[in-house]
Design a protein around this ligand. Sequence first.
Ligand code: DON
Length: 347
Amino acid sequence: MVSRVRRQAAFSIALVAAAVALGLTLRAQSGVQAAVNAAFAKYQNLHEGKNADYIPALAKVNPNLFGIAVVTADGHLYTAGDLKTEVSIQSISKVFTMARVIQDQGPEAIEKRIGVDATGMRFNSIVSVEFAKKSLGGPEINPLVNPGAITATSMVQGKTADEVWAKIIGTHNDFAGRQLSVLQDVYKSESDTNQRNQAIGMLMYAYEYIKSNPAQATDLYTRQCSIGVNAKDLAVMAATLAFGGRNPVTGKQAISEKNVPYVLAVMATAGLYDDSGKWLYHTGLPAKSGVGGGIIAVSPGNFGIAVVSPPLDDAGNSIRAQRAIRDISTALNGNPYAAAGRKATAN
Ligand code: DON
């Protein structure tokens, strides 16, 4: 009799605990969704900025496209707006190709060959290469601007261009949790107009940063920039970086946990080009933009977020994406530098 009463009491306590936990989870979940909804409503009618047009296909993308997605540790997605329409990933791909090289060859491979300092110059600056060579005398570029990114692509190993491409697209697929494909109209448009990047590839070869065929590296780089992604794909990719390289939706380990901090560090210092400092000052979030209109940002251990909206500011960063991410992260205490409760623990 006594033990039945005890059992019933234990059962009731467990039930109450589960209900409280569920209530807390639901409240936390609705808080995330509320932040996403508020940012979407606030910026839906903001029409500042202009699509990139130096790649003709990008000028044709609907400037009203606006999608927001946040992914939390449990793989739950909180979304608003357009989650289906794909834009070209553009420079955001630089993060994942860099991650591939770090994973295969170690963090020092990127540091020694390319460098990890912000150039403070535009993403396609040739002056930055000359300056690094003549005045700094060493690898003082980084993998998130075009000269460093084309070099990083050249470092992905494979006997043929197809083998290299399989590794690049495979890495992007693992991060996104689905099979992505190239937007052929963007790839053609960019291939027809990327003479400046071809010149950068050749210059990086002349200065011995690139040690293999520079034309192949520039072509594969152009292809990786033309991969089609939607806001949801990008948020899952960001979340994979937020949770130690493990995709929280598929459970697949895309890169080792130990390599993630190197990737995030370069995103923090150079992810929004010459506006990276301003961005970090206000958000504390490692992030990366692309001229297709996407931005990803990572709150380590907390969430991954992405916004797609094509109109850009003068630095080449999506205006609505910057504002929406900043608001949502503030609402969710996303800034890792404001983590007052963290304690040091010895392993
Ligand atoms: O190489 C280029 O110019 C483009 N494929 C990528 C540039 C880019 O996304 C810069 N982003 N803000």
